[in-house]
Design a binder for this molecule. Sequence first.
Ligand code: SAM
Length: 217
Amino acid sequence: MRKIQVVTLFPEMFDGVLNSSMMWKAQDQKAVEFKMINLRDFGLGPRQQVDDTPYGGGDGMLLMPQPLFAAIAAAKEYDSSAKVVLMTPRGQRWKQALAQTWADSGDGYIFVCGRYEGYDERVLELVDEQVSVGDYVLTGGELPAMTIIDSIVRLIPGVLGGENSAAIESFSDGETLEFPQYTRPEDFNGMKVPEVLLSGNHAAIAKWRAEHSLKSE
Ligand code: SAM
């Protein structure tokens, strides 16, 4: 069973996402196990401090190295070969091709969520991969981690219903986006389903779909 662990100050943020729909199903099928590691448990002193001011000055606080190192060590104790993935706008941009590679790899992952102004740079000593979900700044690494986890776990064999579901989705060939789709009714407030999709002519339908698949940038 794949182990996916998350080092975070806000484990409760993951409850709804990881316990619904496909993510719940993946756990139910024993395809994946999720484990939250609360960074606060590794905080220093009676107030379980996890952040401090940056050397050299500047706004905001940084996650200190000691709690991060201790939390990642605890995650490694559970899954010693797991890859450590840091959520950061500086990381490589997340893509469907990476989701597929990571889903196929069989590896466990430890996602480390930054907060405040970020983290002490020395945590990079422990990090295998740095990943960004796009060129914008979020308040913490939790939403990026959820996005990445969802995109990987749904590609683990057996998690999605139809065997081909993932293979025909947007980006699955690296560039095309899914063609337009319709369901009942045939006519909704005068907006009609394209005739060809009702024809039963599989070749014509495939041609129409190919023509209407958009190329991504
Ligand atoms: N000061 C940092 C900067 O300018 O790049 C931003 C820190 S952000 C407020 C706090 C944390 O959220 C980051 O350390 C990172 O873990 C996470 N984060 C924010 N935006 C992200 C993105 N686009 N992709 C991945 N993680 C992100």
